[in-house]
Design a protein. Sequence first.
Length: 259
Amino acid sequence: MTMERGAVESIAPPDEPSDPETDRPVRRLIIAIDGPAGTGKSTVARQLARRLGLEFLDTGAMYRAAAAIAIDAQVNLNNAEEIVRRTSEADLHFDWTTDPPTLRAFGKSIMHRLRDADVSAAVSPVSGLAALRRLMVETQRRIGEAHPRLVSEGRDQGSVVFHDADVKFFLHASPRVRAERRAEQLRSLGRAADVDKIERELIERDERDSTRPVGPLVCPPDAMRIDTSTMSETEVVGHLESLVRGHLGEGSGSGAATL
């Protein structure tokens, strides 16, 4: 899996990341945000990254892309070797020139497939495949080396991928609240949504994700646990920004002041 094509930055790590304007070493800052589906991780992580002047990595999109690639190629979802092969052949990579970064496969954006119903149904079993997780973890770590000032969100970012992250958060909310949020998201895309069905599916996925043998969904012991059930996205982002700045000894900050 590579990350270089045209204007797309390679994930191959430089010998020592530096600021292109000053040629000084870049101060590493990795913020890991984990949690189950429907807690608003992606939106919150993207906004937090923008507020702090950091880059944003959506690792859940990478697993969704692998699921979409497998489905479109009619690969058995239990065939880890073939899914890894197809994913590698797809040259899955981010275009870091867009905000948020666009995930591309076979030279084209795959973003339109990531929230489709068939992909949502397949992503949990696919993401539980040990061989695929090894590939993704390695790739995500290489991204972190090439982009050392990063907000990375997923389910194993603080526990596995960036276990030495500077700041770790674990977002959670009740299944009903998460189902309502997911339904609202789908409706905004013009798609039908059954809240009760979504809630059942979220509970089932929570069970699968938290009990899988490789990279299970867990709250790292050194993570700050945040219940977002009664908070708006704006409130969550503001709260996390304040915690990050406080943890790093900065002031509360405002707007998009870069750390």
